[in-house]
Design a binder for this molecule. Structure first.
Ligand code: GLN
Length: 492
């Protein structure tokens, strides 16, 4: 039969429990897939062969004793390289952290381990999660398994690519302005950004703290829910962590779309999108209506300005967060006659061009005399976005729009044009500003056979409604295509 690297997490979990599969065997399968694809894809920065083998052995021993640690028990999972791992190099895709081996684990890493997951390695990413293509990694780009001439999206492109091709069954990414949902869309998998505060950021290398959120990648909505259940929940080590109960996302899997009130987000579901993207989106909306959902067009005018506000707020926050990388505490150091010269030289050498641009823009936007005109103005737009969403949720349960206005673009195509690159995020940044959850589900392919993502968004703590709509979209679209690399290389 098929290769275990192509199983869903749910199916692998069943086979692990009925004895048809071992965690060690499953790990072998994804490692084999990685060895066949990594030369082309470069999804991983570090593969932790030893740590993974030990975790698989522990998972098998626990299963043999009759212990069941939950949905990720024995499942190979990949981690974006901005989540710190004790004893395993963590670079956030930057030269300024080359060789840094953290002395502690992020909370999500502890929770994965406690849940019996097998962490296979650290995935490639845009430097400090700034980018939409993974081309800003200091260690070279990750490629898209559907077409290695194209980008996998970003900034969590390595995590997305690994799940799409089967070198992991699930992965974690971080989403500050779309970095889970957009790469999920471009690689034909599911990517979910939970409500701000539901997943601890302790041990996540900070980019923009009022926006950052960790979330899952998987091949199905159910699998994404399984990962969410393991990582979500209050953490005293993260001051922004939500104290209330975790919403019952799984409850949404069973409910159908009958009676669900779906709002089509007008400002993001029109002409700005590629015709093929729009067609797949509209086909899916029609299918939802056919299945009993009520579909209403909704106008949220502030969404048109969200991108501009995001590209002031995110750089402003990053300029403060990245001040700690000064050659004193972490990573390589470039010498100088004075401390100031040493710090300047280390930062000049250690940060790539996009990170440097953001620090400059952010510092400028926060400087006295410009603060009100830029940062203050952006915060007002943020308030308008929050209010627009609140108003919309008086009438609908969820909002929908295409995840990304285009499918995967070619490597190099937008690399020299930051504004063009920023436009990839137009549909994903609004819910980072509002803090609400969002998910991308694959619904079809374009004329070149490249996957198209459908985004569902819901009010804060509305994960059950989010999953209900996403699961309905998944069933109706019945997307089952696999990337060329996973099928041709993986069959044997
Ligand atoms: N692409 C967006 C940016 O470059 C979002 C990044 C992210 O979500 N980490 O800022």
């Amino acid at each position: 039969m098929g290769d275990p690297a192509d199983l869903t997490i749910a199916e692998a979990g069943r086979q692990l429990r009925d004895g048809g599969l071992t965690a060690a065997g499953l790990l072998d399968a994804v490692r084999r897939r990685a060895s066949m694809t990594e030369a082309q894809l470069h999804a991983f920065l570090t593969i932790d062969a030893e740590g993974a083998a030990a975790a698989a052995e522990r998972a098998d021993a626990a299963l043999a004793r009759g212990e069941d640690l939950g949905p990720l028990h024995g499942i190979p999972v990949a981690l974006k390289d901005n989540m710190v791992t004790r004893g395993v190099e963590t670079t956030a895709g930057s030269r300024i952290l080359a060789g840094w081996v953290p002395p502690y684990d992020a909370t999500v890493v502890e929770r994965l381990a406690r849940g019996g997951a097998v962490i296979v390695g650290k995935t490639n990413m845009d430097e400090f999660a700034m980018g939409s293509s993974t081309e800003n990694s200091a260690y070279g780009p990750t490629r898209n398994p559907w077409d290695p001439g194209r980008v996998p999206g970003g900034s969590s492109g390595g995590s997305a690519s690994s799940v799409a091709v089967g070198s992991a069954l699930g992965a974690l990414g971080s989403d500050t302005g779309g970095s889970i949902r957009q790469p999920a869309a471009l690689t034909g998998i599911v990517g979910m950004k939970p409500t701000y505060g539901l997943v601890s950021r302790y041990g996540l290398i900070a980019f923009a703290s009022s926006l950052d959120q960790i979330g899952p990648f998987a091949r199905t909505v159910e699998d994404a829910v399984g990962i969410f259940e393991v990582i979500a929940g209050h953490d005293p080590s993260d001051a922004t962590s939500y104290r209330g109960p975790v919403p019952d996302a799984r409850a949404g899997l069973a409910e159908g779309p009958e009676g669900l009130r779906v709002g089509v987000l007008r400002e993001l579901s029109g002409e700005g999108n590629d015709p093929d993207v729009l067609e797949a989106f509209e086909r899916t909306v029609d299918a939802l209506a056919g299945a009993g959902a009520t579909v209403t067009p909704m106008s949220l005018p502030s969404c048109a300005d969200a991108l501009n506000a995001y590209y002031l707020i995110a750089p402003a926050e990053c300029s403060a967060n990245l001040a700690r990388f000064d050659g004193v505490r972490y990573g390589p150091r470039i010498g100088g006659d004075t401390v100031e010269q040493m710090m300047g030289a280390t930062r000049r050498d250690g940060f790539g061009p996009e990170v440097t641009r953001r620090i400059l823009v952010g510092t400028y936007a926060l400087s006295a005399g410009y603060y009100d005109a830029f940062y203050g103005q952006a915060q007002k737009v943020r308030t308008l976005v929050v209010e627009d969403f609140r108003r919309a949720y008086a009438d609908v349960d969820v909002l929908v729009c295409p995840t990304s206005p285009t499918t995967a673009f070619r490597v190099g195509e937008r690399a020299d044009d930051p504004l063009q690159m920023y436009l990839s995020d137009v549909a994903t940044v609004p819910v980072n500003l509002s803090g609400d959850p969002g998910i991308s589900v694959p619904v079809g392919v374009d004329r070149d056979g490249l996957p198209i993502g459908f985004q569902v968004i819901a009010p804060a703590l509305g994960e059950a409604a989010l999953v209900r709509a996403a699961a309905a979209v998944e069933r109706l679209a019945a997307f089952d295509a696999r990337p060329a690399l996973a099928t041709s290389e993986g069959a044997a």
